[in-house]
Write a protein that binds this ligand. Structure first.
Ligand code: ADP
Ligand code: MG
Ligand code: ZN
Length: 498
């Protein structure tokens, strides 16, 4: 049956409404084995090979909590500034689904692992001033993942569905935000910040292509100034930033059109259709009581006492948002640059070493973000396997700062540094690229250049001082870029003035 596309409201009508969004984000915790059994969590194994009675949900099989999953969940909660509950427990969430062999998911309900955190997002909407905003995090809880249904065939020809239970029992942390987000841009900024933090501390790889980070978006609209939230629809399983943005924008236009025409939004679960960019109603939304939650009788409650918490906290690295702020003050970076340089832990570590080895950390930042990142990209490598160690960037920028090489010469040295893994000083030595700051040698070149360009010298003396730029260029060229530009300028002025 062909879907009937609903009416979408135009932008000027949407203007009258306020958008309200809350995200539920699932991240796969980076354990080697599953949450309640010792099957591997490895990706892309042949279907139904990483399974055992526990994750197959066979009657009588008993789950055992994976300690590492708890630790990674606690550290994620701490990085999101949540309070970790010393006492929490798992709960059964009962529902039927073909890829859920137990007939229930083991999750957490009234006593989650952690509650009450926040993240600061940096939003840069197109054509508007950037701003920051604090987004509340309601809770973080642990749960097991379901298996996967794989559908094949087209229309009514060769249509089969298969179940792969390799993923069944993979540990997840679900992170629920407050309904604090007010636009698709804010939703994307929040997911981005969350991903960065979780990835940075290593609780999850957050690899979206492997489904290690998935997001459900709850979206509602209300007339600006209305006292109550509107009814929300939940769009399930968004696995890219682009899809999140598209899904939210589609939902907003769909809901506004319904409300404007006097209709009512039904609370429901919707699917995002990646090809058409539409959301499609899947089922009316369950309420918590539909799931018949009850405490999981096969697992003891989870106790994460003060001592264990302190130990896990002490193992956390400096958090990316703290490091970003420190880069701004310690190295005099712009906020945006600090954000780029802390986007991954490896990159932050790399830059920090370069900055420490440099007499000009700001210039080191520019080299890392410019030439170096460009070269990494072209060579298909990242900070961790850079052929140029950070100390070389430190040395290069120090030489520029001290006036021992010009920026131009540095640009010549850099590709050699990258290709041959040699320090800047070693390349200069080998290629005889020493900067000429010996005044005698530069004066000699200047005299030659002035003799060869009498017309320009005439013009200069007649008051056309702009030709000085041309003459400096000629001197630099004659010195093969090795003369100190400052010295050339000074000496040339002196000679022309004389
Ligand atoms: P459930 O578990 O049924 O999905 P929750 O109470 O956990 O429901 O809420 C899920 C998400 O919905 C949260 O992120 C919350 O911020 C968001 N949310 C709640 N009410 C609204 C609303 N009216 N509009 C948009 N989002 C909402
Ligand atoms: Mg939900
Ligand atoms: Zn198993």
């Amino acid at each position: 049956m062909a879907a009937i596309s609903p009416v979408l409201a135009p932008a000027e009508t949407i203007e009258k409404y306020e958008v309200v969004i809350g995200l539920e984000v699932h991240v796969q915790l980076a354990t080697v084995t599953k949450i309640f059994c010792s099957c591997p969590t490895s990706f892309a194994a042949p279907p139904n090979t990483n399974v055992c009675p526990v994750c197959l949900g066979l009657p009588g099989a008993l789950p055992v909590m994976n300690r590492r999953a708890v630790e990674l969940g606690v550290q994620a909660a701490m990085a999101l500034r949540c309070g970790v509950n010393a006492f929490s427990r798992m709960a059964r969430k009962n529902y039927f689904y073909p890829d859920l062999p137990k007939g229930y998911q083991i999750s957490q309900f009234d006593q989650p692992l952690a509650e009450g955190g926040w993240l600061e997002i940096h939003v840069q909407p197109e054509g508007q001033e950037p701003y920051r905003k604090r987004i509340g995090i309601t809770r973080l809880h642990l749960e097991d993942d379901a298996g996967k249904s794989v559908h094949e065939g087209f229309k009514d020809v060769d249509r089969y569905s298969y179940i792969d239970l390799n993923r069944s029992g993979t540990p997840l942390a679900e992170i629920v935000s407050e309904p604090d987000l007010r636009s698709s841009d804010e939703a994307v900024a929040y997911l981005n910040e969350l991903k960065q933090v979780i990835q940075y501390i290593g609780s999850s790889t957050c690899d979206m292509e492997k489904g290690h980070l998935r997001c459900d978006a709850n979206v509602s609209v209300r007339l600006k100034g209305a006292p109550e939230f509107g009814t929300r629809a939940e769009v399930k399983n968004l696995n890219s930033f682009r899809f999140l943005k598209q899904a939210v924008e589609y939902e907003v236009a769909r809901q506004v059109a319904i409300v404007e025409s006097g209709g009512r939004i039904v609370q429901e679960t919707r699917l995002f259709h990646t090809e058409s960019g539409e959301t499609i109603g899947m089922r009316s939304k369950e309420q918590a009581h539909d799931y018949r939650y009850f405490p999981e009788p096969d697992l003891v409650p989870l106790r994460v006492g003060e001592e264990w918490q302190a130990k896990l906290r002490s193992q956390l690295p400096e958090l990316p948002y703290d490091r970003r702020a420190r880069f701004v003050t310690d190295y005099d970076l712009r906020e945006y640059d600090a954000q780029v340089l802390t986007s991954t832990r490896d990159l932050s570590d790399y830059y920090e070493r370069a900055a420490k080895a440099s007499e000009d950390p700001k210039s080191a930042a520019n080299w890392v973000m410019g030439d170096l990142m460009g070269a990494w990209k072209a060579a298909g490598v990242e900070a961790a396997d850079s052929p140029v160690p950070p100390e070389f960037i430190g040395e290069l920028t120090t030489l520029i700062k001290r006036g021992e090489i010009s920026g131009k010469l540095a640009k010549e040295i850099f590709p050699k540094m990258f290709a041959e893994r040699l320090a800047p000083s070693a390349i200069m030595e080998r290629d005889g690229l020493k900067q000429i700051s010996d005044t005698g040698a530069i004066e000699k070149i200047i005299d030659d250049v002035l003799a060869a360009n009498p017309k320009q010298v005439e013009q200069y003396k007649a008051g056309k001082t702009a030709v000085a730029g041309f003459l400096v260029g000629q001197v630099m060229k004659a010195s093969r870029g090795q003369a100190s530009p400052q010295a050339v300028n000074d000496l040339l002025q002196k000679k022309l003035g004389a």
